[in-house]
Design a protein around this ligand. Structure first.
Ligand SMILES: CC(C)(COP(=O)(O)OP(=O)(O)OC[C@H]1O[C@@H](n2cnc3c(N)ncnc32)[C@H](O)[C@@H]1OP(=O)(O)O)[C@@H](O)C(=O)NCCC(=O)NCCS
Length: 308
């Protein structure tokens, strides 16, 4: 196989491969075969956003004989770490070492550039990816409930006064968002916050939670697109701030069913989300290869871009 980064010219074949990869894998493992219920073309949003944020930070494998795209994966260098996201191999090439070649490339990039850690979030029901990462030296560090929450057309009728402390994020909040995430998660990603606030593709929204003294005690970014309706990433000092952000973020998903991932040890959140009507749909595992500092607050990752 030949390895090279994806470019904008690969969008059509990439979107088709990604769509087939997930739908085939989940369809073969007892899930509906429309895991991606959007069109193939719409699945290209993953390449669009990754190429906006970290141009060229992807690795794709092509069949050296036919030139076909066999698989691809993104990696996203931030201030202190690298994130790995959206690993996908075309079903015609499953179990032939393509995933291994892509992970090896990203591990090599992380080590060559002396980043402290490579981080990801992988499905706990998917032994193909779980094993791929564990064989590569990743260590599972935490578990998440993947939940969905149907939002009525009239919005969630929930009384949660702290939601009044949530407002739209502004560029002036970026420094405080980075400081907060360093304290809570030991990482930061200022470029991601800026991208979400500027929102050039009109699919993201960034909210912040202000304490009574005006400090930024939490933020929530969400994506609303046919390929992914997701609340996260969210970083917050405590569970009530995270719940206030999550509740406010549901407002623009009226009539939809957004997905989010909640740390399993955050019991107040899990209990409250069940009361609000949330349902479990999958579980994910946070995995780190390299330095890891335990979370000191709430961190809810997202899949676009990957923010474990
Ligand atoms: C997950 C996925 C990327 C794996 O890609 P792949 O090219 O088939 O994987 P590879 O052939 O490189 O094999 C991966 C490794 O896992 C190992 N492996 C697979 N199943 C295993 C198991 N049950 N126990 C132990 N090891 C296992 C393989 O032996 C191989 O290890 P090695 O290279 O050290 O021998 C592919 O199945 C896929 O695209 N699935 C759909 C999308 C998806 O699930 N993405 C990840 C979401 S978290």
């Amino acid at each position: 196989m030949l390895l090279r980064p994806l470019t904008g010219d690969d969008r059509k074949v990439y979107a088709s491969m990604l769509h087939r990869s997930f739908n085939a894998w989940y369809g073969a493992h007892g899930w509906p075969s429309d895991y991606f219920s959007c069109t193939q073309e719409q699945a290209g949003i993953f390449l669009d956003i990754y190429n906006d944020i970290s141009p060229g930070s992807s690795i794709a494998a092509f069949d050296a004989n036919s030139g076909r795209l066999m698989g691809a994966c993104f990696f996203h260098p931030r201030e202190h770490h690298v994130s790995l996201g959206i690993m996908s191999v075309h079903p015609d090439y499953f179990r032939q070492g393509v995933g291994r070649a892509l992970v090896d490339h990203i591990v090599g990039f992380t080590e060559a550039n002396q980043y402290a850690a490579l981080r990801l979030v992988s499905s706990a029901i998917n032994m193909d990816s779980f094993s791929l990462y564990n064989r590569s030296g990743f260590i599972p560090r935490g578990g998440y409930h993947d939940m969905v929450l149907p939002v009525p057309l009239t919005g969630l009728q929930v009384n949660y006064p702290l939601r009044d402390q949530v407002r739209l994020a502004a560029l002036a909040d970026i420094e405080a968002m980075a400081t907060l995430e360093m304290e809570v998660s030991g990482v930061s990603r200022e470029g991601d916050y800026r991208y979400a606030i500027e929102n050039p593709r009109a699919v993201l929204q960034a909210l912040v939670f202000e304490s009574s003294s005006g400090a930024v005690d939490g933020f929530m970014i969400s994506i609303k697109h046919p390929a992914l309706n997701m609340l996260g990433p969210c970083v917050a000092r405590n569970e009530s701030a995270a719940l206030a952000l999550l509740l406010q973020a549901t407002e623009r998903f009226r009539g939809a069913v957004p997905l989010f991932v909640v740390p399993m040890d955050k019991r107040e959140m899990v209990k409250t989300l069940y009361q609000w009507g949330a349902r479990n749909v999958e579980t994910h595992v946070f995995q780190v290869r390299g330095t890891f500092q335990a979370f000191n607050g709430v961190s809810m990752p997202s899949f676009l871009p990957e923010t474990g």
